[in-house]
Design a binder for this molecule. Structure first.
Ligand code: DAT
Length: 186
């Protein structure tokens, strides 16, 4: 299961992860847009929704309970098809520890300051409870620690995502990294 998929891929796969509201979808979409048709954005939350990868609903937390097995089976097929078409993937998801390590060559963990995240989650219309659960997870750096526990240290990078300048800088760095990956693998 952990055989490196990268040997047969022509383009890299990136995971953009972090707590809800840190800017994953914005960042991933912008990287894919900048890279053109070489890289495809896969919004994993949306993918799970479209393919009904849910086991039920957690009413208290106002969230769907993920059917991880179904999601991973379907994603594996999707990723293989994209790799076969020589496309790289920029995936974004708030969970990072469920994927096989071989899926990704780079994992960016976006981080946002408490006050900024508060404003973003309020704007998103989260309930007080859901907002505070998510802010607490960000303060406790839950996703960063999960990423560090799930992937090789050298591929996990923690980056700030507070301002538009941060967003632009993260996108630029990721695109440069993609170009370098391609140069190193041809
Ligand atoms: P996520 O996918 O992590 O839940 P998002 O990409 O939907 O987050 O972004 C949430 C909101 O925050 C959205 O209105 C765009 C804004 N945003 C994201 N990243 C930002 C940044 N670095 N600077 C300013 N605003 C940002």
């Amino acid at each position: 299961d952990d055989a490196p998929m990268s040997v047969s891929r022509r383009r890299p796969n990136i995971l953009i992860t972090g707590s809800p509201g840190v800017g994953k979808t914005c960042t991933a979409a912008s990287i894919a847009k900048t890279m053109g048709s070489d890289m495809v954005h896969v919004n994993v939350g949306k993918f799970a929704e479209e393919h009904k990868c849910y086991e039920g609903r957690d009413e208290e937390l106002d969230t769907n309970i993920l059917d991880e097995d179904k999601l991973l089976d379907l994603l594996e097929i999707q990723f293989q098809q994209l790799a076969a078409a020589n496309k790289g993937i920029v995936a974004d998801f708030h969970v990072c520890e469920i994927f096989p390590e071989r899926f990704f060559d780079l994992v960016l963990v976006l981080r946002t300051k408490t006050e900024t995240l508060f404003d973003r989650l309020t704007a998103r219309g989260y309930s007080e409870r859901k907002r505070s659960e998510n802010m607490e997870a960000e303060i406790m750096q839950v996703i960063l620690e999960e990423a560090r526990a799930s992937y090789a240290t050298e591929i996990v990078h923690e980056v700030p995502s507070n301002t538009v300048a941060d967003l632009q800088s993260n996108v630029q760095r990721a695109c440069q990294w993609c170009d370098q990956w391609v140069a190193d693998h041809t």
